[in-house]
Design a protein around this ligand. Structure first.
Ligand code: SAM
Ligand code: DTB
Ligand code: SF4
Length: 331
């Protein structure tokens, strides 16, 4: 099938070819052709020059039972991140108020858990209700969810649930061994059925091949419904994690910025309606690289000078970049 062969009846736009071969063909395009095509798709489905601002808060840090090779919060890592308890709802609400005042439209709460325990649910539901009352969109990422937990969060007013597939099905077990790719799909299914919007993406630069990047986008685009939001992270190498140490010892190279932008563009073309979020790793990206990501279809970032345990660009740098590029926030 070629990229223009089917018509999207809702928008009278060509449907993308989301087969592995179709996605591979996108990666093979000359870079400027690929970015131009992605930008055209972007303009068809999203407001121009608008980038959504989200703020991230770690509500439960460290001591996680999973062994994700990139993560400072895994109990298997020697990153120096200490295990903490779930923070209280008043602290969360104060941070959300600050985020709103700084122009954020979405507030995302992250917990270093394999899955939330039953005893944590009342506090989590309280946080959702109170952040939502501030008029912010709410998002959580808490690990695996049962269908009952997903339903309870949806009922409390949680708008988005973030749960990443992280990489291709083939590369997955090289990065994480304590849960399977299918476990991720099961939680995504519970989230989708609960009525919440799905935020699902992954990390580039974990030693994956281009074939893996194609398989990763293929897995996302062929979910029963494509994710509403697709975070694309560049690996932030953290000392004491398996992948951070591999990068320091150099068998693993950082993702090439052009290849990252190609992946953003291919995500935009294959998931035309999704918000594509330029997530972790922006600190080590040039301004020109970020500008090309926006050109290629990225339309959301995390603001503030912290992600979960690592740094982020900070509001001043982002405001300066937005002013240079003529970008404004979209809620
Ligand atoms: N524990 C929950 C889970 O894993 O589903 C939620 C928190 S977890 C930190 C959220 C996501 O952050 C991960 O799925 C991963 O994609 C991303 N992430 C974590 N550490 C990262 C790193 N060092 N570099 C880039 N992205 C990272
Ligand atoms: C996602 O894909 N990226 C965000 C969000 N979902 C929760 C997390 C990035 C974490 C980066 C590493 C850290 O700060 O510990
Ligand atoms: Fe735990 Fe999430 Fe980190 Fe994996 S990415 S170790 S599940 S906090």
């Amino acid at each position: 099938m070629n990229h223009l062969s089917l018509i999207d009846s809702a928008s009278v736009a060509p449907l993308p070819d989301i087969s592995r071969d179709g996605i591979a063909a996108l990666f093979e395009l000359p870079f400027l052709d690929l970015v131009a095509q992605a930008h055209a798709v972007h303009l068809r489905h999203h407001p121009r020059n608008a980038v959504q601002l989200s703020t991230l808060l770690s509500i439960k840090t460290g001591g996680c039972a999973e062994d994700c090779g990139y993560c400072s919060q895994s109990a298997f890592a020697k990153s120096g991140v200490k295990a903490e308890k779930l923070i209280d709802a008043d602290t969360v609400v104060a941070a959300a108020q600050e985020a709103k005042a700084a122009g954020s439209g979405r507030f995302c709460m992250g917990a270093a858990w394999r899955e939330p325990k039953a005893r944590d649910m009342p506090a989590l539901l309280d946080m959702v209700r109170r952040v939502k009352e501030l008029g912010l969109e709410t998002c959580m990422t808490l690990g695996m969810l049962s269908s009952e937990q997903a339903d309870a969060l949806a009922e409390a007013g949680l708008d988005y649930y973030n749960h990443n597939i992280d990489t291709s099905p083939e590369h997955y077990a090289n990065v994480i061994t304590t849960r399977s790719f299918q476990d991720r799909l099961d939680t995504l299914d519970h989230v989708r059925r609960s009525g919440m919007a799905v935020c699902c993406g992954g990390i580039l630069g974990m030693g994956e091949t281009r074939e893996d990047r194609i398989g990763f986008l293929h897995a996302l685009a062929t979910l029963p419904e494509p994710p509403d939001s697709v975070p694309l992270n560049a690996l932030v190498p953290i000392s004491g994690t398996v992948l951070g140490d591999m990068l320091a010892d150099t068998p693993l190279a950082r993702i090439d910025e052009i290849e990252f932008i190609r992946t953003v563009a291919a995500a935009r073309i294959t998931m035309p309606h999704s918000v594509v979020r330029l997530s972790a790793g922006r600190e080590s990206m040039s301004e020109a690289g970020q500008a090309l990501c926006f050109m290629a279809g990225a339309n959301s970032i995390f603001t503030g000078d912290r992600l979960l345990t690592t740094g982020n660009n900070g509001g001043d740098a982002d405001a300066a970049l937005f002013a240079k590029l003529g970008l404004g926030p979209s809620i």
